[in-house]
Design a protein around this ligand. Structure first.
Ligand code: AMP
Ligand code: MG
Length: 372
């Protein structure tokens, strides 16, 4: 159905040992869930006692997308959903030269670019979150992702000089939006937008909308770990969503969330990374210093009504770190978070229903002001 190429200079690692010194022979190890390429691999695995009548999986948005429609899963609905995901990818992917995002990037510092209203809407939401979290989430992160080699699957540690050159380009304030014409202008040459931290969420919301409008009463939409749980199960019990062990192979869970209809999105160090001299370098960047975030967290999972918001917030809270991230999440109605730390402790916001099954992880109830 599709083929996945592994670049020769990369090794695929499915054993993510974050803080251990690794065999120096394994100089570069990159774990991409897409490269692993198995349709059964999820960042989060969804557990359910109901058996789906139909399920379809495909590669899109740079990841494995799996849609499970319970009871009335007709092919035409699956077709519509995957067509929609592909449309969104064609508009918003930085890897597609004709996408709106690529066109905006090519015109950076030159002229505004008129885009599809959907692209405009997602960029506007990204800017909203950038402002809300003081720039920890920043959709102009593109030059850093590119410098570290996460676009071309050839990752490397750049020199400080190289980082210093691109850092001034990372600034969401230099995005100019014109809602009259749906135009977007990046004011500096060489700026680039990257919606990698929010577009999958939008695609999950759109997929859920299509399923709902087609009369589907229960569905699981899993776009590479951006999960939408739609409706209620036949037995009316809560959905159970496995939480990925961020320090293990994909599919190993530390426990599960019990939730009603919601979106569950995780940002973690295990999604795309390479290891050099025992240090893990992953794909989520601290815009202030240009390095992969290193704040004691392995992952942040957000539970929210809407997947676009959950996606942006998981990245934002991960970059902000536990204290600031938790304050942000607690300030938002109907949004919850699970923070997993390098020392295998877990902290959650107050409304989370989490069952831990892996006893090496410790759920702490420490008051916010006493942590760190
Ligand atoms: P996620 O897995 O949703 O946290 O998104 C990670 C992706 O978002 C990365 O692969 C980058 O493309 C992009 N990204 C990395 N760091 C940031 C950041 N600080 N703000 C916004 N997007 C980011
Ligand atoms: Mg995200």
């Amino acid at each position: 159905m599709f083929s996945l190429k592994i670049p020769q200079n990369l090794k695929v690692s499915r054993t993510a040992k974050y803080h251990n010194v690794l065999n120096p022979d394994n100089k570069y190890r990159l774990s991409l869930c897409v490269l692993c390429g198995l349709l059964l691999i999820y960042n989060l695995s969804v557990l359910s006692c109901e058996r789906p009548e139909h399920s379809r999986a495909d590669v899109a948005l740079g990841t494995v997308c799996t849609v499970t429609l319970f009871d009335q899963g007709k092919s035409s609905i699956y077709n519509d959903i995957f067509k929609r995901i592909s449309e969104i990818e064609n508009l918003m992917s930085v890897r597609i030269p004709t996408s709106d995002i690529s066109r905006i990037n090519a015109a950076a510092g030159i002229k505004p670019v008129q885009v599809h209203e959907e692209t405009f809407k997602v960029i506007k939401r990204a800017v909203y979150y950038a402002e809300l979290c003081g720039g920890a989430f920043d959709p102009t992160i593109g030059p850093l992702v590119s410098l570290w080699g996460f676009y071309n699957d050839n990752p490397r540690i750049p020199s400080q000089e190289e980082i210093d050159i691109v850092l001034p380009l990372i600034n969401w304030r230099n995005i100019e939006l014109d809602p009259e014409t749906n135009s977007v202008f990046l004011t500096q040459h060489n700026m680039t937008l990257d919606l990698g931290a929010i577009a999958k969420g939008y695609a999950a919301d759109e997929s859920a909308r299509i399923a709902r409008e087609a009369g589907i009463t229960a569905a699981i939409i899993d776009l590479g770990g951006d999960i939408m749980l739609l409706g209620v199960k036949k037995d009316k019990s809560l959905w159970k969503v496995g939480l990925q062990n961020p320090d293990e192979d994909q599919g190993f869970t530390i426990g599960y969330l019990q939730i009603p209809e919601s979106s569950v999105v995780t940002s973690g160090v295990y999604e795309r990374f390479f290891i050099e001299e025992g240090i893990r370098y992953h794909h989520i960047f601290q815009p202030s210093d240009g390095y992969p975030v290193n704040n004691g967290l392995l992952s942040v999972t957000i539970i929210a009504k809407n997947s676009m918001d959950a996606d942006a917030l998981s990245t934002a809270a991960f970059v902000l770190g536990y204290q600031k991230g938790r304050v942000l999440i607690e300030s938002l109605p109907s949004v919850e978070a699970v923070f997993i730390f390098q020392d295998y402790t877990i902290r959650t916001t107050t409304g989370v229903n989490l069952v831990i099954t892996d006893k090496s992880f410790n759920l702490l109830t420490t008051e916010l002001h006493r942590v760190f």
